[in-house]
Ligand binder design. Structure first.
Ligand SMILES: Cc1cc2nc3c(=O)[nH]c(=O)nc-3n(C[C@H](O)[C@H](O)[C@H](O)COP(=O)(O)O)c2cc1C
Length: 373
C-alpha cells in the first residue's frame, strides 16, 4: 500500500501538512522561496498590516535554554544547554502592503503547486478599520494568495482594537471574520490567542462569522527572566521591558490543551496546530487531537532561518509513521486524525481505586452530588 503525504485542508490541496507559521522565517520573498525549495507544504507570510510599524531597539527575539547542570532557564548561552523556549516582542511586518503584493505574486508564479497563506491584521474599533481588513484581504487574494490568516493573536500590540485584543473579545472575533468573509474568495483562517480562559468561546465566534479554520497557538504572554547578578531583565531596553510572547518546546503541552478544548467543542471543523513542534512526534500529537495541518516557527528560526532540516525530519517522520502503521490500513493523515480527541474527559471519568468514594469533589450526601449521581 503506498503512503500519501498530501492533505486537503479547508478546500486547499497541500503536498504535505507542514507549514511555516507567520514569523521571521516567512518575512521575505527569499526566505519563502527557500522554504518551498526545502519542501514545506505551505507558508503563512509574516503578518501584513496597513499601520506603521517600528520595532524596539535591539533584539526582537531571543531563545531560552536550560541544562541538567544548573537547572536554570536563561537566555545566556552555555555549552550543552537544551532549548526551552523562544521569547519575542517583535511586531508585525514592517514592510508595506505595496511591498508585499508583487512578492506574493512572484512567489506563487515560482511555486504554483505550494500553498501561500497571507497573514493580515488591522484594527477593529470602527468601520474604517473593518474596511482595512477587507482591503488587505482583497489585495492579497488578488495577488494570488491561496488563503488568508487573520491575526487575532499578536500578544504585544498597544492598540486596544488589534491583535490578541481582538482574540480576547468574542464579538470582535465574529465581526472581523464576517467583514473579511464578505469579500473573501479564498478560505479564511483565524489565528487565536491562547490568553483566554475558554478558547472554544472565541473559536465558536469565529466560526459564526464564517471562519473556515482556527489556528492556535500564537505565543503565550510572558516576560523575560531577571538576571540574579545584574538584577536586570535578560532582554530590556534602557532597563525597561514589556510583555512579549513565549514559543518553542515550553508551550507544547499548553498549546495542546488549548487545541483540545477547541477540537472537542467542534469535532467537525478544521484546525491548524502550532506550538513547540520541531519533529513529527510533536506534530502527531496535534493531528491525533484533530488538526489537519500544523505550523512551525521557533524550531525553523534555529535551523538556517527556514528549517530545511526540520521539514526533512517532519516528512521522514510522517513516512515512517505511516509505514509502521500500514497494517492498520492507514495510508494518509486523515486515517489517524482526531483518534485521541475524545480521550480527554472530566476528572470524575478517570478511574480511581474506589469510584464510590468520589463525587466530583462534592459531599456525597449534599444536593449537587445527589442530583448528578
Ligand atoms: C520572533 C517572532 C515573531 C512572530 N511574528 C508573528 C506574526 O507576525 N504573526 C503571527 O501570527 N505570529 C507570529 N509569531 C508567532 C508564531 O507564528 C507561532 O505562532 C509561535 O511562535 C508558536 O510556535 P512555535 O512554538 O513553533 O514557535 C511570531 C513568533 C516569533 C518567535
Amino acid at each position: 500500500m503506498s503512503t500519501n503525504r498530501a492533505v486537503r485542508f479547508t478546500g486547499i490541496d497541500f503536498q504535505n501538512p507542514f507549514l511555516l507559521s507567520s514569523a521571521p522565517p516567512t518575512e521575505s520573498e527569499s526566505n519563502i522561496l527557500r522554504a518551498f525549495e526545502a519542501g514545506w507544504g505551505g507558508v503563512v507570510t509574516k503578518t501584513i498590516g496597513l499601520h506603521p510599524v517600528t520595532n524596539v531597539v535591539g533584539a526582537k527575539a531571543k531563545f531560552m535554554r536550560t541544562s541538567p547542570e544548573d537547572s536554570c532557564v536563561s537566555m545566556k548561552k552555555r555549552p550543552g544547554a537544551a532549548l526551552h523556549s523562544s521569547w519575542n516582542w517583535e511586531l508585525i511586518s514592517d514592510k508595506t502592503i505595496d511591498w508585499w503584493l508583487p512578492r506574493i505574486r512572484r512567489i506563487k508564479e515560482a511555486f504554483p503547486d505550494r500553498v501561500l497563506i497571507a497573514s493580515i491584521m488591522a484594527g477593529s474599533g470602527n468601520d474604517k478599520e473593518l474596511k482595512n481588513w477587507q482591503r488587505l484581504a482583497q489585495g492579497c487574494q488578488d495577488a494570488g494568495a491561496d488563503g488568508l490568516e487573520l491575526n487575532f493573536s499578536c500578544p504585544h500590540m498597544d492598540r486596544r482594537d488589534m491583535g490578541s485584543n481582538i482574540g480576547k473579545d468574542e464579538v470582535l472575533c465574529s465581526v472581523v471574520t464576517e467583514a473579511v468573509k464578505e469579500v473573501a474568495t479564498v478560505p479564511v483562517w483565524c489565528k487565536l490567542t491562547p490568553a483566554t480562559a475558554e478558547i472554544e468561546v472565541e473559536a465558536g465566534a469565529c466560526f459564526r462569522g464564517g471562519a473556515d479554520a482556527i489556528v492556535s497557538s500564537n505565543t503565550f504572554p510572558s516576560i523575560p527572566l531577571i538576571d540574579p547578578e545584574t538584577l536586570e531583565f535578560e532582554i530590556n531596553v534602557d532597563g525597561l521591558v514589556s510583555s512579549g510572547g513565549l514559543g518553542g518546546p515550553a508551550i507544547l503541552p499548553l498549546s495542546l490543551a488549548k487545541m483540545s478544548q477547541m477540537t472537542r467543542a467542534f469535532p467537525d471543523r478544521s484546525f491548524s496546530g502550532i506550538g513547540g513542534i520541531s519533529d513529527f512526534n510533536q506534530a502527531l500529537s496535534y493531528i491525533l487531537l484533530g488538526c489537519g495541518t500544523v505550523q512551525v516557527c521557533t524550531a525553523a528560526m534555529l535551523d538556517q532561518a527556514v528549517g530545511p532540516n526540520v521539514i526533512k525530519r517532519l516528512l521522514a517522520g510522517l513516512d515512517a509513521f505511516l509505514e509502521r502503521n500500514a497494517a492498520r490500513g492507514w495510508t494518509g493523515v486523515e486515517d489517524f486524525r482526531g483518534i485521541r480527541r475524545e480521550r480527554i474527559v472530566a476528572q470524575s471519568e478517570i478511574r480511581r481505586p474506589d469510584a464510590a468514594d468520589y463525587h466530583s469533589g462534592y459531599e456525597a450526601v449534599e444536593g449537587y452530588a445527589r442530583a448528578e449521581a
